[in-house]
Design a protein around this ligand. Sequence first.
Ligand code: NDP
Ligand code: MG
Length: 288
Amino acid sequence: MKKIAILGSTGSIGTQTLEVVRENGDIEVLGLAAGSNIKMLEEQIREFHPQIVAVWSEEKADELRVNVADTDTKIVAGMDGLLEVATMKKTEILVTAVVGMIGIRPTIEAIKAGKDIALANKETLVTAGHIIMPLAKKMGVSILPVDSEHSAIFQSLQGNRHGAVHKILLTASGGPFRGKKSEELMEIKVEDALKHPNWSMGQKISVDSASMMNKGFEMIEARWLFGIPSERIEIVVHPQSIVHSMVAYSDGSVKAQLGLPDMRLPIRYALNYPERLPSACRKMSVAD
Ligand code: NDP
Ligand code: MG
């Protein structure tokens, strides 16, 4: 059994990670963490029986402790709680799926504790890539990308020498406002920004995708993950979100990873790397 912990287990990536765990059957969840959604955390505790659960809000942690007093799960709180879950003795992989820079410290401590990181939280590399990547190298741990574009690049790099990479082609759907004129953008509301055409995601990343800020973050994330300077990372607009990104090689070949827009695919790849496990997920038909 592979042993994991998940920071941000109640969010979009967190809940999809648990769906992958449910389907996989060979992954044990030892730790979970979230901000304040103790109702969902209680459901997760009763289904997955983690040893430790961290809640950012001290008050909500106290409430959850009472609500799950009949289980063996220990409830911890705040940053100390996040760090405790991030560095649990027996975990092999930490899934970092909290939103925002709060993910940095737990990620650093997990790397120092020798954990591989399944990295969804892009703010970690955007703001602290210069600390995270050298530390991961020093500790000999893997940073396994969960962001779909970075997973695609990671997959397209398998079996090739780093020196042969000419360019990274990072795809972007363009989000819900692609093609709109600047005067039309004067009238848009938050709800419009939250309606991504292809992906269902948390609120912050949906708004960042609508403004294209997310693609800027992803370029920085790619630069740190793959050690390719930003001049050699090109953004390509691809509204269908089927080609998740590509690597152009110096011999003229371009390798791409394709799939339906479903985050469970990159999550599954990160958790099972280097294996590819079969899944009952909907498969892409290239002929359609
Ligand atoms: P969500 O907003 O759906 O979920 C955020 C999670 O973080 C929730 O579990 C939330 O808990 C938890 N959280 C927030 N603050 C804290 C805190 N202080 N301490 C502990 N837990 C906290 O976000 P997403 O799942 O969409 O995104 C997570 C990360 O993954 C982001 O960095 C995003 O950019 C990245 N990402 C997401 C993708 C997606 O498809 N969703 C795709 C690629 C990358 P609570 O529910 O209690 O508030
Ligand atoms: Mg992405």
